[in-house]
Design a protein around this ligand. Structure first.
Ligand code: UDP
Ligand code: MG
Length: 314
């Protein structure tokens, strides 16, 4: 039995040695074959040389280094495409995904009842209040309008069986939103709650704005509801305007034509214009995604690796 740990890293030279030390300690207690599959996502610091250094002394350490920064989603995808363990886990390099949970997760899977063990933060200690609020709202909305089934506080940290990994690799979409993908493919998942841990070193790569865009991506990737909202509000407005027209015609016939209402006319024009632009914008979001999908560009490009038969471009 082999365990593959996928660790996407972007500028993690400070956290990497700590992560390596802790994870190796845990793996030593497990006595199973394993590999640490580090993905260097185009880091600009010493992350890659740190990986090479670790690989020199420890044959469990494998690295795949991208030609530039492709984002964590691409990093995870590269991991899934190349990991060959019977069990595969994704972990952050910053210790926010406690390696100490691994033995318990493995045990749950080996008992056979579940196909994957996922983790969920029950608190968001150490996170800005407004960020938590937006996060909660995001989970409420996406669960209402899509069938992706995303759990609030879910981390990408999960351990899964080979079958599940194959399903994930088969979801070869360009616009990746792993939390949605994990939920969409199904399988029996056991949720393991834990208290939030702050990162040990370095700083987060996610600004509020980046997270916000990621959330919008998540919704557009897994739901067509915004498109329906656009068309339904269009229909509703058309209905309203027909009523208003009838009202005006009748008033004209009954009371003549007093010249008034310039301001209200402008208001209506601006309102309709705004709604049209918004609807166009929503359509644009989907068209842009379609454009990206049909181009079928690779998800990532590998510049170097110490692993045999790496899929260099995928
Ligand atoms: N990461 C990555 N590519 C990126 C951004 C982040 O591989 O473009 C990695 C990062 O090195 C870390 C994980 O993704 O291992 C989670 O990132 P981070 O801790 O910054 O996110 P947070 O935990 O704050 O959500
Ligand atoms: Mg983190």
């Amino acid at each position: 039995m082999k365990l593959s740990l996928i660790v996407p890293c972007y500028n993690e030279e400070a956290a990497l040695p700590i992560f390596y030390r802790e994870v190796t300690k845990v793996m030593a207690t497990l006595s199973c074959e394993y590999e640490l599959l580090f993905i260097n996502d185009g880091s600009r610091d010493g992350t890659l040389s740190c990986m090479k250094e670790l690989a020199r002394t420890d044959k469990h350490v494998k690295y795949i280094s991208f030609s530039r920064n492709f984002g964590k989603e691409a990093g995870m995808y590269a991991g899934f495409c190349n990991a060959d363990g019977d069990y595969v886990a994704v972990m952050d390099a910053d210790m926010q995904d406690p390696p100490a949970l691994l033995p318990q997760m493995l045990e749950i899977l080996q008992n056979g009842e579940y196909d994957s063990v996922a983790t969920r933060r029950v608190s968001r200690v150490g996170e800005p209040v407004i960020r938590s609020w937006f996060a909660r709202k995001f989970y409420q909305i996406i669960n209402k309008i899509s069938d992706a089934d995303v759990v609030d506080g879910a981390r990408d940290f999960r351990l899964m069986k080979r079958e599940m990994v194959e399903a994930i690799v088969a979801m070869a979409e360009q616009n990746r939103f792993s939390k949605g993908i994990f939920g969409w493919i199904g399988f029996r998942t056991c949720w393991l709650p834990y208290e939030n841990v702050e990162r040990v070193a370095g700083e987060t790569k996610w600004s509020f704005w980046k997270l916000f865009k990621y959330a919008i991506d998540g919704i557009v990737n897994f739901s067509q509801v915004p498109l329906s909202i656009a068309s339904w509000s269009g229909l509703l407005l058309t209905g309203c305007s027909v009523l208003a027209l009838l009202f005006i015609v009748i008033r004209r016939l009954a009371y003549g034509d007093p010249v008034a209402g310039w301001a209200s006319t402008i208001c209506v024009i601006i309102f309709i214009g705004g709604v049209q632009l918004a609807a166009l914008g929503i359509m644009g979001q989907y068209i842009a995604k379609t454009y990206l999908e049909v181009k079928k560009r690779p998800h990532y490009i590998v510049a170097e690796s110490n692993r045999e038969n790496v899929e260099r471009i995928r």
